[in-house]
Design a protein around this ligand. Structure first.
Ligand code: NAP
Length: 317
């Protein structure tokens, strides 16, 4: 099996994958996609469950998304995961959308059933499960700040926080105007009478040090949902001198080794965890949608940890 397949491969799928056994029937679409650890995790699970199929990476740029989906259907795929930049772009091509994904406004899992494309979002429920597993606390007990709240994953985190009834929610984005729709959508979850002075219960902020500085005493959990950290040369998503020991930092970015944000959080005496665990729990939920059976979470976790080559902060030896 190749590390990464392309649209051209999909167009000639039967020839390109001749001899691959069991056949590839699940995928993850992205651009870029080479860094994705999803195949290692899902292939370990499929093998453990004795499901006769494999999972691959597909490099699909946005203009090719619709054709790629149709080619999946033609080639007997069960479905696909979607990562950057497809989670919002896929919405027009779906025949149906699960009600939770509709609320979340983004789709990271497509099920192909009776020729129809059905969209789901396992990022939101995956985040709630991840925070509980990583920090031993429920989202509902936390004051949460989300960096990159206007992006697909950030939006999912924001909606999930509202649904879970977090103690406080601060939505942060580089482009502030992009927060307006999600702010209006979530306002009903934070009724005015529960606003406690001097700091608002629910608010938006630009991704600027001076503004964020005023928030830091009043948030417990900071989630990085920006794409900063995916490249080694990226700066951290916020000024690291803002981090305090009481903070819990969840960096959705994952890869080999620690991100600059995770390193800075540990240096500041805060607790921190990387996006690997979110990948695990959203992946387990996606697998359950495709296969309609329980996912083998410990097997998936082992495979992911091995593929990433490092342990999550706070994970037992
Ligand atoms: P997306 O929809 O493209 O959103 C990207 C977000 O990052 C936007 O808020 C964008 O702000 C912000 N951003 C991009 N470049 C920036 C920069 N230079 N400075 C400040 N902000 C910047 O992407 P996504 O799908 O939500 O993914 C976001 C991140 O979450 C990625 O790192 C992805 O790998 C990670 N993720 C991880 C998991 C997991 O399982 N661990 C799952 C999903 C996503 P603007 O609105 O201003 O452009």
């Amino acid at each position: 099996m190749k590390d990464v397949y392309t649209l051209e491969d999909l167009r000639n799928w039967k020839t390109v994958t001749a001899g691959i056994d069991p056949p590839i029937r699940l995928a993850v679409f992205g651009d870029p996609i080479g860094h994705s650890l999803s195949p290692q995790m899902h292939n370990a699970a499929l093998e453990a469950l004795k499901e006769p199929m494999q999972y691959c990476r597909l490099h699909i740029p946005v203009p090719d998304l619709e054709e790629a989906l149709h080619l999946l259907r033609d080639n007997d795929f069960l479905g696909t995961n979607l990562t950057i930049p497809h989670k919002l772009e896929v919405l027009p091509f779906l025949d149906d959308i699960d009600s939770a994904a509709e609320k979340l406004g983004a789709v990271n899992t497509v099920l192909i059933e009776d020729g129809q494309f059905i969209g789901f979002n396992t990022d939101g429920p995956g985040i709630a499960r991840t925070i509980r597993a990583e920090f031993d606390v429920d989202l509902s007990d936390l004051r949460v700040m989300i960096l990159g709240a206007a992006g697909g994953a950030g939006r999912a985190a924001a909606v999930q926080c509202a649904l879970e009834g977090v103690s406080r929610l601060v939505l942060v984005n580089r482009t502030l105007e992009k927060l307006e729709p999600i702010y209006q959508e979530l306002r009903p979850y934070f009724p005015e009478e529960r606003v406690s002075a001097p700091i608002k219960w629910f608010q938006v902020c630009p991704l600027e040090e001076v503004t964020l500085h005023r928030q830091m005493d009043h948030v417990d959990l900071i989630i990085n949902a920006t794409s900063l950290g995916m490249k080694r040369t990226d700066p951290p998503p916020l000024a690291t001198n803002l981090l305090q020991p009481h903070h819990l930092i969840y960096d959705m970015v994952y890869g080999k080794g620690k991100t600059k944000l995770i390193t800075a959080a540990i240096d500041a005496g805060a607790r921190a965890a990387s996006g690997l665990s979110m990948l695990l729990y959203q992946g387990a939920l996606s697998l359950e949608i495709w296969l309609q059976r329980d996912a083998p979470v410990p097997v998936m976790k082992d495979a992911l940890w091995r593929a990433a080559g490092f342990r999550l902060v706070g994970d037992p030896d």
